[in-house]
Ligand binder design. Structure first.
Ligand SMILES: [Zn+2]
Length: 156
C-alpha cells in the first residue's frame, strides 16, 4: 500500500530479550511477542514512572497512540505471566533516539532520531566516504529496516 510507517523513538533496547517460565511441564511454551516500542512504553511509564504526556513525547508519538501501545504491552505481559507463556522482545517500527555511526576512516558521529527518520546518512560528514556503518546496539538488527548499516556476512 506504500503506507509510510510511523517510527517510534526508543532510547533503550533490552539486553535480555527472551523470558521463559520454569516449573511447568510444557517444554516449549506458547510465546507472546513484545515489540521494542512496547517494551519502551512499559519502561517509560511503569519503570521510570513518567506521565503519559512525557512518555508520548519521548517516543515521538501522540498520547492516544502511546496509550494504545502501552495497553497492548501490558496485556501481553499479563497474558504471559498468568498463562505461563514465554516472552520474546523484538521487532517493531522503531528507531533509536540517537544512533552512532562510524566510517571506514574511524570518524564517529551521532545521528538523532529525527534525522534518521527523515533520511539516514549516506556518507561520513568528515571525509565524505560512503563506507559507513551504524554501531547498532544488540537487538537492533532484528528490525525490518536496513538503516544504512552494513552487516557482516555470516560466512565472512
Ligand atoms: Zn570519515
Amino acid at each position: 500500500m506504500g503506507r509510510i510507517p510511523k517510527w517510534r523513538r526508543v532510547a533503550f533496547i533490552p539486553e535480555v530479550n527472551y523470558f521463559k517460565p520454569v516449573g511447568t511441564s510444557i517444554s516449549i511454551p506458547e510465546e507472546v511477542c513484545l515489540s521494542i516500542e512496547e517494551a519502551e512504553a512499559i519502561r517509560l511509564k511503569d519503570l521510570e514512572g513518567l506521565e503519559q504526556e512525557e512518555c508520548a513525547e519521548k517516543m515521538s508519538i501522540s498520547r492516544s497512540t502511546f496509550c494504545r501501545v502501552l495497553g497492548a504491552a501490558r496485556a501481553k505481559l499479563a497474558d504471559a505471566l498468568l498463562n505461563g507463556k514465554a516472552i520474546r522482545i523484538e521487532g517493531g517500527n522503531f528507531e533509536m533516539a540517537v544512533r552512532r555511526f562510524r566510517c571506514i576512516n574511524n570518524h564517529e558521529w551521532n545521528v538523532p532520531f529525527e534525522a534518521m527518520v527523515a533520511a539516514p546518512p549516506q556518507t561520513c560528514p568528515t571525509c565524505n566516504t560512503p563506507n559507513i556503518l551504524s554501531l547498532q546496539p544488540p537487538g537492533l538488527g532484528l528490525m525490518g529496516r536496513s538503516g544504512g548499516g552494513r552487516r557482516r556476512g555470516r560466512h565472512g
